[in-house]
Design a protein around this ligand. Structure first.
Ligand code: MG
Length: 244
């Protein structure tokens, strides 16, 4: 019995260092100098307007599945958010035409990571066109940085908040138009990040950005949130269908 007790004791002790070294990705921004104080203040949450489709209300993942149609695997957190875990997430509903999508997110503080490995995720309209999510705080933004239409368009300004701080995208998306099987108008996108316009009427010349779901671009597609291996968090996601 003494031996068992000792082993149990060792087991408990072995857990202590792990807990002590567990990284708090949403803890204090030690070592990060903010360019201005508001960069460290959350963008206020915007309630869904009347008639909006509430895709994520912070309470359940009922409107989402994995990309292959399996159960949504992301972690539901107390406080009404969810965190990337085990694969891309897609809405059960697919969308076409013109819609406005509101997404709130925050990226982890990963001071030792760089480039595309630093708080990477992304919001894909129709599963095909990514607005990049990344920790691009304070950088000269490129087309693969936060707010970029991935490898298609560079944000007009770097509107990023500091990591761990809640941000918002308001994406106004119009699907490409087809007639007689031919594309007659490309996808069009406007994006506002934290209240600042970062894309104005950008025409997307391709039918799928990197790591998108692809498929027939004339068909509806889901909203997809990317798992790029980093613990990015989301809250309050809603969509308004626009009748032009
Ligand atoms: Mg991404």
């Amino acid at each position: 019995m003494t031996t068992l007790k000792s082993l149990a004791c060792l087991g408990v002790l072995a857990l202590v260092p792990l807990a002590a070294f567990a990284q708090d990705f949403f803890g204090p921004l030690d070592g990060l100098k903010l360019a201005k104080p508001e960069d460290g203040i959350d963008t206020p949450s915007t309630p869904a307007p009347a008639g909006a489709l509430l895709l994520f209300d912070g309470k359940s993942l009922n409107n989402w599945t994995s990309k292959d149609g399996g159960p949504a695997s992301w972690e539901l957190l107390s406080g009404g958010s969810m965190q990337v875990k085990k694969g891309d997430l897609v809405t059960k509903e697919k969308f076409d035409g013109h819609f406005k999508l509101h997404v709130e997110f925050r990226v982890p503080y990963m001071p030792k990571a760089t480039g595309q490995g630093r708080g990477n995720s992304g919001v894909y309209s129709q599963g095909r066109y990514e607005v990049q999510i990344l920790d691009s705080y304070g950088l000269m933004s490129l087309d693969n940085d936060c707010g970029g239409i991935y490898k298609v368009a560079t944000p007009l300004v770097n509107a990023c908040k500091a990591p761990t701080v809640w941000q918002a995208y308001d994406i106004d998306f119009t699907a490409p138009k087809f007639a007689d099987g031919k594309k007659v108008a490309p996808a069009k996108i406007n994006v506002i990040q934290n209240g600042q316009p970062i894309h104005k009427d950008v025409l997307i010349p391709i039918d799928n950005t990197v790591s998108g779901m692809g498929g027939d671009p004339s068909t509806p597609g889901p909203i997809m949130l990317q798992d790029h291996g980093n613990p990015v968090q989301y809250r309050n996601i809603w969509l308004v269908k626009v009748k032009d």
